[in-house]
Design a binder for this molecule. Structure first.
Ligand code: SF4
Length: 745
């Protein structure tokens, strides 16, 4: 790419400068800790190289100087006394015990290389699993490590890959890409850009962006746009701050979003409120969709969803009338078992109303660099690629998706089917506290492995329970890195400003280990050279981008008319039919229903009414905490002060019936298990349901109690049952009962 086509933020100072006796370094934030949004930060270090303060960068158009507490408090995390500081090993017979021995990096690498190569020679490279969590910018590096080693089994260990990927997958196969809300994030001059138009209405669907700031979407853009006149419609079972200010609030029963969207489609299609010209010219399968939505008349949908018919009608009319309308959605869609048809139905609302690729509608940001979803899959031989776990049961994973299917991986760990897994590489993940459903099952399965390596920034219950080697990773102020993708096509860098103990960045660890396994696949001398090489198509070296970032690509709307979405340069979309597929030829090919549908979450009030007597409440889990990111931050005093204990939100009327008081400790229980929570009585929750936060453990409880993780983890109640496609899982749609914790429990 020609450098002249980029736009840059105007910086009044170089990326590193002095302020009194402090050095200030401009850069971008990427977990850990925190999240992987990439807000612009100013990192302040003292004369000893200690990180002493973090501020938002007012010259960064993305967050405009604003930061949430997770970034404002990064210095406390980076400098925390409990950081892992050097590599450690433990005899596998001592798994679960605090019996670690300090070793050097060389010894750690030697052990890993020897063990992995021995397993590869005896059983095949595919018997080593490479798995990551959501954070720390490592998808590209861990996947390359797996593929260059010869293992096709790279994944994140979350049932149904039920975070972000179902929505990405669902949109990619039906439209050729992933659509996000147009909040002007693609323009350096943001809301003032002459091409941009403020949306008339934003549908905030199944997430609370002000706390989650998920997947490239900075939550306060919603407020910025509301200040500029945008209205919102909230689809959320809870009365949130945003819901209280919404034009319409649909308090949907968890897990019924697909039915709601199909009901709204029914109204928009039957009342002929859709964009006829767009539908005619640019979509495929409208007649079949029209037929399908007849199964979802609004009265029936009202019964399913708990949302009154009048409100559904009103929301459909607001959408049809708003020019333009946009949508910000989230995990409630992914964390439903049949998440693909749910995302298909919701997205169809915005396609058929003509909101795709227009100012203030939904946009498809082009990939800044081709590496963001992983690079190096071609390093795998075709024979090895075919051994990827889950391909047989979930054929959709063969096309464009390079991860092993997580539920099939769990099954392989437990039953050795299709083959026995012998070792595991776990990087940026704490499954026993966070991603793993039924965490005890996960731990027992992983303990069967011959050899387990973890990479993390703190000791975690997962490491304590199952690891043989642990490598200390850097927090983002301790490392260099690149930040691209996720809803905004801009180039950002992460800049190293400090060093703690012997910690290394994830990329450095993967590069150094990759060189030992397969030097030809890792030819770079250091991480900066690796980044510069990856940046080549942009015309920047890593060092140049440090000075100039953030750098923005040019952007135009209606790219489907200009042939910019298809590799052949023809107008249209990058799908089999060249159109947005309301009827998916791709789903048809892999044996899935080509049209969106709703299936009752099971167990649930609709699917298993007989269970309601024992488990009368609908349970939704995973409510985000402002000061914490998944299982992180539990040992950080200032962040923990915002939420000292795990919580369950319950309506006061429900509490009264159960004889439970606000602040009591309760067990939340279903047929699979139970977890402890402190009760927060609040009318924002419907009396028929309750809502929990997730990923809890207590570092202060000590390793002998496994940091209380098995008492506190709400995933004790979650099954390993994905949707038919292999995407989606019921994290947010279960039944449960509540009862008081007895003294001593
Ligand atoms: S959203 Fe918050 S934690 Fe995430 S990068 Fe921005 S300030 Fe940091």
């Amino acid at each position: 790419m020609e450098e002249k086509s980029w736009s840059y933020a105007q910086h009044s100072k170089p990326f590193k400068y002095q302020e009194g006796n402090l050095t200030v370094t401009r850069g971008s934030a990427w977990s850990g800790p925190g999240c992987h949004l990439g807000c612009g930060v100013l990192l302040y270090t003292d004369e000893n190289g200690k990180l002493v303060k973090v501020e938002g960068d007012p010259e960064n158009p993305y967050n405009d100087g604003r930061l949430c507490v997770r970034c404002l408090n990064v210095n406390e995390v980076t400098n925390h006394k409990d950081r892992l500081l050097y590599p450690m090993k433990r005899d596998p017979k001592d798994r679960g015990k605090d019996k670690w021995e300090r070793i050097s990096w060389d010894e750690a690498y030697d052990i890993i290389v020897e063990k992995f190569n021995k397993i590869k020679d005896e059983f095949g490279a595919e018997t080593i699993l490479f798995t990551q969590g959501t954070g720390r910018d490592i998808a590209q590096w861990i996947s390359r490590l797996a593929w260059s080693f010869g293992s096709p089994n790279y994944c994140y260990h979350l049932s149904g890959a039920a975070c972000y990927l179902p929505r990405v997958a669902g949109m990619a196969v039906t439209t050729g890409g992933y659509w996000v809300a147009d909040c002007s994030q693609q323009f350096i001059d943001r809301y003032d850009n002459p091409q941009y138009q403020v949306p008339e209405t934003m549908f905030v669907w199944g997430n609370y962006p002000l706390t989650s700031n998920s997947d490239g979407f900075y939550g306060h853009w919603v407020i910025d746009l509301m200040k500029r006149g945008m209205k919102i419609v909230c689809i959320d079972p809870k009365v949130t701050w945003l819901a209280a200010r919404a034009e319409e609030h649909l308090r949907v029963r968890p897990g019924t979003d697909a039915a709601l969207a199909l009901g709204m489609l029914n109204i928009i299609i039957n009342e002929e409120l859709y964009d006829k010209e767009f539908v005619e010219k640019w979509t495929h399968g409208f007649d079949q969709l029209k037929e399908r939505v007849q199964e979802y008349p609004v009265e029936k949908v009202a019964e399913i969803t708990w949302v009154p018919a009048e409100k559904i009608r009103n929301a459909a009319h607001i959408l049809a009338k708003s020019k333009p309308a946009t949508m910000q959605w989230g995990l409630a869609v992914d964390m439903t078992k049949e998440s693909l048809p749910a995302s298909q139905a919701i997205a169809a609302l915005f396609y058929i109303t003509g909101n795709a690729d227009i100012p203030g509608g939904i946009i498809m940001p082009p990939e800044l660099l081709p590496y963001s979803g992983g690079f190096g899959h071609d390093l795998l031989s075709p024979e090895q690629a075919e051994k990827r776990i889950g391909l047989k049961d979930y054929p959709i994973f063969q096309y464009g998706f390079q991860i092993a299917q997580p539920d099939a991986v769990q099954k392989a760990l437990e039953t050795d089917d299709p083959y026995k897994i012998h070792a595991g590489w776990f990087q940026t993940t704490n499954p026993i506290a966070c991603v793993a459903a039924q965490p005890k099952r996960w731990a027992e399965a992983v303990k069967k492995l011959d050899f387990v390596v973890f990479v993390d920034i703190f000791m975690t219950p997962s490491i304590m329970e199952v690891a043989d080697i642990v490598l200390p990773a850097a927090t983002f102020p301790e490392r260099d890195g690149l930040r691209v993708g996720d809803g905004v096509q801009r180039g950002e860098v992460i800049n190293k400003v400090t060093q703690i103990g012997e910690c290394k960045s994830d990329m450095q660890i993967n590069l150094e280990l990759g060189k030992r396994f397969n030097p030809a696949a890792w030819p770079w001398e250091n991480v900066q050279a690796m980044f510069s090489d990856i940046l080549k198509p942009t015309g920047f070296s890593f060092q140049e981008l440090q000075e100039k970032a953030p750098a923005y690509m040019p952007f135009t709307y209606k790219r489907y008319e200009k042939g910019l979405f298809r590799p052949d340069g023809q107008p249209g979309f990058n799908t089999g039919t060249g159109k947005i597929e309301l009827y998916s030829t791709f789903y048809e090919m892999v044996g899935l229903d080509p049209l969106p549908y709703f299936e009752e979450p099971s167990p649930g009030p609709g699917a298993t009414p007989e269970l309601l007597e024992e488990y009368p409440l609908v349970l939704t889990t995973g409510a985000r905490i402002w000061s914490m990111f998944h299982s992180e931050h539990r040992q950080i005093e200032r962040n923990r002060a915002f939420r000292p204990d795990p919580e369950i939100e319950v309506n006061p009327d429900t509490l009264k019936k159960l004889g439970i008081k606000d602040g009591d400790w309760v067990w939340v229980e279903n047929e699979r298990g139970r977890a402890k929570r402190r009760v927060k009585g609040t009318p924002v929750i419907d009396p028929r349901m309750c809502s929990c936060d997730h990923a809890w453990w207590r570092p202060e409880a000590g390793p002998e109690n496994l940091y209380d993780v098995l008492d506190l983890n709400i995933n004790n109640l979650v099954p390993w049952i994905p949707g038919k496609s292999g995407f989606g899982s019921n994290f947010k749609t279960m039944l449960c009962k509540l009862y008081k914790v007895k003294e001593g429990e």
